[in-house]
Design a protein around this ligand. Sequence first.
Ligand SMILES: [Fe+2]
Length: 404
Amino acid sequence: MIHYHHLGSVPPKHHVTHYENGKLLMEQCMTRVGFDSTYSILYYRIPPTDEFAVRAMELPGFCPISPMDRQLLHRRHIKTQNLKVDGDFLTARRTVLMNADIRVGISKPNQPAKHWFSNGEGDECWFAYDGGGTLESVYGILPFKKHDYVIVPKGTPYRLHPDGNRGTFLVFESDSYIDVPRQFRNESGQITMDAPFCHRDFRIPTEMLRYDRAKHGEPPYPLVVKHANQLSVHEFKHFPWELAGWDGVVYPVAFNIHDYQPRTGTVHLPPTTHITFAGRGFVICSFVPRKVDYYDRDGVKAIPCPYGHASVDCDEILYYVEGNFTSRKGIESQSISLHPMGVPHGPHPGTYEKSIGHDRTNELAVMCDTFKPLLLTSVADSIEDKDYHYTWVKRENEAMETSK
Ligand SMILES: [Fe+2]
């Protein structure tokens, strides 16, 4: 939820007649937490219940998905830059980390969007690593650009077209919601003046979707739905996603990470100062280029590099996008590091001291902290740098036992 919006044609009241060319439109209320929370009301030309066939589907590496059986407590480095997949935004999607609250995946489409998809398990947050595109959904057309977060609410039929039919995306899949953290809302739901973004930073669908035979094809129109860790394909005789209009607060939004307004302290602020979105059991944070900590008095200076920490209630992952990440060595763009609760972590040797006196960092990264342990899938295992756990002590030419 960002703010109330309406697009297309809606009647003056809820639950009243609304005609288009003499035909009564079908109202559909998309409600959260039963009927007690946020909602949008959509006006369908073709009822969304008009499916005539349902069949099962499986996408190995995405759904169904389960974690590996036995996992040693290690700091992890998952090299998603080495993930090789083919398909569209859905079939080129793989899950690498998961717990009961959130799943973290990568999608690397190299084909035009073919499928329509609806995640019936929770909200999704797509981060566009290397380019823009367009999200088509029942709420309309939402263009997005490089380094945008695109939040797609639970139960939204959509498809995602990367520009040039190619792209790389980090995808968070919540078991609940993904929203602006509560502390950035005032009592009226408005984003507060001291939040790291404002309402104007969020972009919303700009026009309703219109059926185009060349683009959307001939019937049947299949919708892949994810529910209870299974996929089912629902087939429609008529194109169901062309709506007359909608209003409410549930709809997809785009937010560019470079519109995030970072904070800097006299001394180092905890990583949660970069919080951007939150869901049940996790937060998503944005590390963007910024000035760094500047305490300097009587020869005592701030250390801009993060301090070592044992955040004993959180697992922490970082997806590295661009720039030099001040605290880590051996990490490349598209790497995901996982620093689990149970063992301390901190900057790699040398990086801590080297950061003293720096006044800026150009790092760009997305962080996710979770309150339940994240476990690797077999996809993550296949692209893991198995030496990472030991790279804090390993010296050049020094042999080291690993768990490989
Ligand atoms: Fe950390």
